[in-house]
Design a protein around this ligand. Structure first.
Ligand code: GDP
Length: 179
């Protein structure tokens, strides 16, 4: 993978969690898509690299936990991701997306453990926040915080439909990358 000598962060999450939509929203290009948004789970199978001007680079890790993919392929992805995480010097932060509407899955907790072990820093973002009413969203965020043992300012709620949380996510990324 080419080095663009910019701080890099990587996006991870279960298939269909809203990762591609989040990338487009964070990149601020709702009309000119930076990433393909797909309705087919498991369609992101390569590590894609994006550049946001001279600010940073973003990578999009392959979706995981999609039942129709064979165990060998899942093992292969894991090896590729491990190699990337261990060797990529410019990698500052791994962002894990979880669905605000759903209880965290075992695979979310496992991936978070893996990212915490491999990445310099981690940030958890709860997607599809627009699908819950305010009170239900707060309860869901609290539950995610407790069950994934997150710091008090995480997860950050994000909606790719309304743009809610976009500034907060960028603020956290900026704070972590400039530490
Ligand atoms: P990925 O597989 O994680 O990259 O997920 P996508 O970004 O392709 O999104 C999966 C589905 O969830 C699509 O149908 C999106 O339109 C929908 N989606 C993604 N983000 C949001 C969101 O913030 N709000 C709502 N209501 N739907 C979303």
């Amino acid at each position: 993978m080419p080095s663009l000598r910019l701080p890099e962060f990587t996006l991870a999450g279960r298939s269909n969690v809203g990762k591609s939509s989040a990338l487009n929203t964070l990149a601020g290009r709702p009309n000119k898509k930076i990433a393909k948004v797909s309705k087919t789970p498991g369609s992101t199978r390569l590590i894609n690299l994006y550049r946001l001007g001279n600010v940073c680079t973003i990578t999009d890790l392959p979706g995981y936990g999609y039942a129709k993919v064979s165990k060998e392929m899942q093992d292969d992805w894991r090896k590729q991701i491990e190699a990337y995480m261990r060797r990529r010097e410019e990698l500052k932060l791994a962002v894990l997306f979880v669905d605000a509407q759903r209880d965290p899955q075992e695979s979310d907790a496992q991936l978070l453990d893996f990212l915490e072990a491999e990445a310099k820093s981690t940030l958890v973002v709860a997607t599809k926040a627009d699908k819950l009413a305010k009170q239900a969203l707060q309860s869901s965020l609290e539950y995610l915080r407790e069950s994934l043992a997150l710091p008090s300012d995480q997860p950050i709620a994000l909606s790719s439909v309304t743009g809610l949380g976009k500034r907060e996510v960028w603020g956290a990324i900026n704070e972590i990358c400039t530490r």
